[in-house]
Design a binder for this molecule. Structure first.
Ligand code: ADQ
Length: 496
């Protein structure tokens, strides 16, 4: 693991995200602490521990208020108490407007260019603004509490306005933001009402550094600023914006995973046994095992994947019984009607396909409709001969990288949508366009028929690449760049 704490030696680290790293819940045996699984939390928790920083997040746990002080602060992890979580309290109307509303019904579909799902209500926007302001106040207060320098790092599309508000409160604070999802072209962004899309851009220009997954999203952001913010001067070559007497730097920083952790999980004795069981059950003889893992979300191309498989089994009967697909699909954002409808559609289609093509000895699609633990996940990834990632748009897609990391036997083929950030990074996948049914089927055929040598060659190359680009490299490059910019700002101030 690369140690990145030295970047924060004389600088207090304030992280801002919607979800908190520790949630206190009322349970039958009293208050229980849950740590939500997820790449970001597991990568940043060790850094927060070493640097004794503060993590500002929505206090969403049922017992969060019981353990926090008046300002919403609580020391974590339980028993070790080496950093602070500063909770921001949201009521139901806030969550509906800011989170379910503007973030997930407006920005999420627009950024993924799936405009049929785009909904805008003034109430969403108003709540989004007030919640962003509340977060900015909490961060400003945290910065106020420290005597030396501080750096605020904002995560994602939930906080498009926070940097600008924070800048007004703490003009010299170093603020940067990582945008986990795609950034849309100008013609899509302007579907937000007049005034709102400009406000989103001005909000993001409150940062000193704006980080995107890949260069294309950074370019889209600069184009949007160029077109909608007349007082900003965009330097496309240097990827920066001159705005209100400041320079806003923009760059691509592709996120990754903790590769060693996935390798360890995939090689643990339990995972090896499970892997053998899965292969014995689903990949006997020449039959192959496919896997896909997603949150049930309309961006992930799940119906498109089902359609490609169904058409393949329909049009090419010789493809039946050749492979079984395990779909590990977790319901997500179940408060939104579009997500519930999608979950029903996926389940019904799988039932129909299994009834149409299944035999006594063969189930075409095995649906696991839940969030599985990471050991099972690594075992399924390791056991698979194929993995399909068919997103219609995806900022990066970590499933693709987790599959590669877990493929210790180098037997699997990654079938990857061209519209993921990962497709621009990983070399060695079979690329598909999920909208093109024939091309998608062709990709599955190519993968099924690929020789063991070719599979090994491709997987080996992808694994090597991944080892040079882990989540710690991602953190290192972001904090390295931030430190550089902070130093140049200090030098300028000194000269001035
Ligand atoms: P997501 O849209 O959530 O993330 P992704 O990058 O694939 O997409 O991450 C999903 C994570 O959830 C993976 O770690 C995966 O293993 C896990 N997961 C999904 N379904 C699961 C299941 N059924 N059981 C257990 N685990 C499951 C957003 C952006 C992405 C970007 C990430 C990180 O949309 O493009 O890659 O943030 O920046």
């Amino acid at each position: 693991m690369i140690d990145i704490s030295h970047y924060l030696d004389d600088c207090k680290f304030i992280l801002v995200s919607n979800r908190e790293p520790y949630e206190h819940m009322r349970g039958v045996h009293g208050i229980e602490v849950k740590q939500p699984a997820g790449g970001l939390v597991s990568a940043l928790d060790p850094t927060m521990r070493r640097t004794h920083g503060t993590w500002v997040a929505w206090g969403s746990g049922t017992a969060d208020r019981d353990v926090a002080d008046e300002a919403g602060r609580v020391a974590v992890p339980p028993g070790e108490e080496c950093y602070t979580v500063r909770r921001v309290w949201l009521d139901e109307a806030d969550v509906n407007g800011y989170y379910h509303g503007f973030a997930n019904r407006a920005l999420w579909p627009l950024c993924h260019m799936l405009i049929q799902h785009f909904e805008y209500r003034t109430e969403f926007w108003e709540r989004y603004r007030t919640v962003n302001l509340r977060f900015a106040h909490a961060v400003a207060d945290e910065a106020e509490r420290c005597t030396g320098r501080a750096m605020a790092w904002i995560q994602d599309y939930h906080f498009a306005l926070a940097a600008e508000y924070l800048r007004a409160m703490r003009p010299t604070l170093f603020i940067h933001q990582f945008w986990h999802i795609p950034f849309p072209p100008a013609d899509i962004l302007r579907m937000l009402p007049a005034g709102t899309h400009e406000a989103v851009l001005r909000g993001l220009l409150g940062n000193d550094l704006m980080e995107f997954q890949i260069d294309r999203y950074a370019v889209n952001f600069l184009d949007c600023v160029d077109r909608f913010i007349p007082e900003a001067r965009v330097d496309h070559d240097r990827q920066c914006v001159h705005f209100r007497d400041r320079i806003v730097h923009v760059g691509a920083f592709p996120i990754s995973i903790d590769v060693d952790r996935f390798e360890e999980m995939a090689s643990a004795p339990g995972a090896c046994t499970l892997c053998e069981t899965l292969r014995e059950r689903y990949a006997k003889g020449t039959r192959q095992l496919g896997v896909c893992v997603d949150r049930i979300d309309y961006t992930k191309g799940i119906p498109e994947r089902i359609r490609a498989l169904e058409t393949l089994w329909n049009e090419s009967p010789n493809m039946r019984e050749r492979f079984t697909f395990i779909f590990v699909c977790t319901p997500s954002r179940t408060d939104l009607p579009a997500y519930n409808a999608l979950e029903r559609e996926v389940t019904q289609n799988v039932i129909r396909i299994n009834a149409t093509f299944g035999t006594d000895d063969w189930t075409p699609i095995v649906l696991i409709n839940e969030n599985v633990d990471s050991d099972l996940l690594a075992a399924v990834f390791r056991a698979a001969d194929l993995c399909i990632v068919s997103s219609l748009q995806d900022g990066m897609n970590l499933v693709a990288k987790e599959f590669v990391a877990s493929q210790l036997d180098e037997r699997g083929v990654l079938i990857l949508s061209r519209f993921t950030g990962s497709a621009e990074e990983i070399e060695g996948a079979v690329l598909i366009n999920p909208f093109n049914v024939d091309g998608f089927m062709g990709g599955i055929r190519t993968a099924l028929e690929m020789s063991p040598e070719e599979r090994r060659r491709r997987m080996h190359r992808m694994r090597k690449q991944l080892h040079n680009s882990t989540i710690f490299d991602w953190l290192d490059s972001i904090l390295g760049r931030s430190t550089e910019i902070m130093a140049s700002q200090r030098a300028l101030t000194a000269v001035g």
